[in-house]
Design a protein around this ligand. Structure first.
Ligand SMILES: [Mn+2]
Length: 377
């Protein structure tokens, strides 16, 4: 029904039309290479885009091959309240990767991530059967994609969910209310309601799906109640916030919930005078960094790769949203903190074009706190 609608409006869509539909279905099935189990992996600490993509792909496979056992798994944790609520309402079960048995015998699909991206738990040396993503591939990992039977990477798309939604539409898979709600939340949270990095395809799919959504549930997800810890993180973020010209940032120190880094980066960019935000934190021996840009022609993804890859880290992203991590195993807290400042100053120089930046200004406090010292519980 959706394909028909799209064709009537004269839009060209990949994999649409009866012949190509069969092509898409067959290519997806063939990618499994005869395996009867598929594990769909999101990126670590999955966000709504990754969760919705995984759920959409699982629904595709349950129609294409009801005999195939499909599981959705993730590395890291689901920390953000909205994402936890979303998961409760998802029509698919999503489990930590530690719960997956027989990891050698299954086929893997990666959604919203790629082999070698550094942000997923695809077992070392495994080539996935399927990769569906909207992040630009890195040159260093192209050889892994070449070996992957089914690759669909569309860097012009604002969300990975849009790609998977197009599969559902083209293959005429029935979309339940719960699935539509998840897909629409995936697209809207990734693109800030289509305002950030959204393409015409994102808008089209979103508009197709909205009539199927349970709006009350969508609202419950987006405006989830939060635990006390959330407010402590926000206080910490504000207390440690700094500004330098058009850049706002914060250092969160050691944290339990890695999702908060991206959340604070979005939050700080709400400052009316700022065009960039940078947030850093430390979790499981890794320095995590999140970047946001207000301008859609900024190159946040390239920026964070330049910052981290020369130091041995992994990073990726788009024009306005990007992030990465740096392994700090064996380093002392003082060394990590020094590295953190080095990264921030390097970033400030690149963005502002200023040299010899010595200090940054606190946003609200008279002096900058040190998030590495003391617990604020
Ligand atoms: Mn995404």
């Amino acid at each position: 029904m959706f394909c028909g609608a799209v064709k009537r409006r004269g839009r060209v869509m990949d994999n649409c039309g009866d012949e190509k539909n069969i092509g898409l279905a067959q290519r997806l099935l063939d990618a499994l290479g005869g395996k009867s189990r598929l594990v769909i992996l999101t990126h670590n600490n999955p966000d709504p885009d990754a969760l919705a993509s995984a759920c959409g792909l699982a629904t595709v496979f349950s129609m294409l091959d009801p005999a195939c056992r499909v599981q959705i798994a993730y590395g890291g944790i689901v920390g953000r309240a909205e994402n936890q609520t979303m998961m409760r309402y998802l029509p698919c079960k999503v489990v930590p990767f530690s719960r997956i048995r027989g990891r050698d015998k299954v086929a893997y699909a990666l959604v919203d991530t790629q082999p070698g991206a550094g942000n997923n738990v695809l077992p070392e040396g495994k080539i996935p059967a399927i990769v569906i993503d909207h992040h630009p591939p890195k040159n260093s990992t192209r050889h892994l994609l070449k070996q992957t039977p089914f690759v669909d990477i569309r860097t012009g798309y604002g969300s990975c969910t849009t790609i998977v939604s197009e599969y559902l539409q083209c293959l005429e898979v029935p979309i339940t209310t719960a699935l539509a709600t998840a897909l629409v939340y995936g697209i809207s949270s990734e693109t800030q309601h289509l305002g950030r990095e959204a393409s015409p395809r994102d808008r089209q799919v979103y508009n197709d799906l909205v009539p199927l959504v349970n709006m009350k549930r969508l609202s419950q997800i987006e405006f989830s109640r939060r635990p006390r810890e959330h407010f402590l993180y926000i206080r910490k973020a504000i207390d440690n916030a700094f500004v330098y010209r058009q850049v706002i940032g914060s250092r969160l120190g050691p944290i339990e919930n890695p999702d908060i880094v991206a959340e604070v980066a979005d939050f700080l960019l709400l400052h009316e005078r700022m065009s960039w935000s940078i947030v850093t934190a430390f979790h499981e021996q890794k320095l995590i960094i999140s970047l946001r840009a207000g301008n859609d022609r900024s190159q946040a993804g390239k920026m964070v790769r330049d910052l981290l890859e020369k130091r041995g880290g992994t990073a990726g992203g788009h024009n306005q949203v990007a992030g990465g991590q740096l392994d700090c195993q064996g380093k002392s807290p003082a060394e990590i903190e020094a590295l953190e400042w080095e990264l921030i100053l390097d970033f400030l120089q690149q963005v502002t074009g200023m040299e010899n930046i010595k200090s940054v200004k606190p946003l609200v406090t008279s002096e900058l706190n040190n998030p590495w010292q003391g617990d604020e519980q």
